[in-house]
Write a protein that binds this ligand. Sequence first.
Ligand code: BDP
Length: 334
Amino acid sequence: MKKVVALLLIAAAIIVPVFAQGGTESAGPVTLVLSEVHAEGYPTTLADYRFAELVNERTEGRVTIDVYSGGTLYGEETGSIEALQIGDLDFARVSASPVASYVPSLNVIQLPYLYRDGDHMWQVLNGPIGQQMLDEIQASGSGLVGLCYYDAGARNFYTTKPVQSVADMAGLKIRLQNNAMMVEMVELLGGNGVTGIGPNEVYSAISQGTIDGAENNWPTYESMGDYEAAPYFILDGHTRVPEILLASENVINKVSAEDWEIIKECAKETQDYEIEQWALREESSREKVVAAGVTVYEPTAEEIQEFQDRMAPIYEEYGAGYEDMIQEIINTGL
Ligand code: BDP
């Protein structure tokens, strides 16, 4: 009997540390899943693969990440975010816009007409405010971890009929990401915001007449084929919404503490690569749609000002409590 107890104690001494280490459930290699709405070759998809490659290399094969592109797992980013929260999915590359429905403070870094240009946005995101907002995703208790930001340029309206001013927006049904602030933005411009349509369904929603248009950057407008259904593009640049690579907090239970650190470090390292790929694709997508006959309207500074002036109530509502941070963002780089 004593022998049995001694054997049990020895077995426990061997097994317990294995389980206790960094919250690891299994000591063996793990395969994790990443969901991406964009197609193969899109800048964020390229960055997803780079991330997966780096993680696999640096963990010496202990962690494999399978990338599912084209929205094959989740066509709507809200679906992937909810799957991350319950631990049904490990990673998702999403836009910050729908994430703000779960972590409202994230709206502050995507307020309309907040940044002067892309460089301004990157100075903010790569500085203390960017890191604070990324940290807030996990600190908010959302079950999500913000790993890094990627570029997504500026978003613009595109429609079936020409829009050259705020007045032309009247009554237009515009598809938006799942974010109440963005719906309000379109309503303040006189249009009607429509949500619940995944980015891969926008083309057919426009073709069927369910909506009159949508808003996005050059690469998505081109890659999803939306330019064929809504060939009028106004360069109003209403928002710059960064992309975010998210992890489920549950990944921390699936890998060792050391591998979790590697995952976080690899994500950060892919940011510059995505920004490079982004610049190339922004240019080639614009050229492609212009060559295909899209009518691009470049509003004057006064016309842009008219769009911007309408946004005051959004700053009051979504900026409440963040006045200092907003001022700091505006002052960044000045
Ligand atoms: C694109 C983002 C993608 C969003 C999409 C959208 O890259 O993550 O899902 O916009 O509008 O620019 O839903």
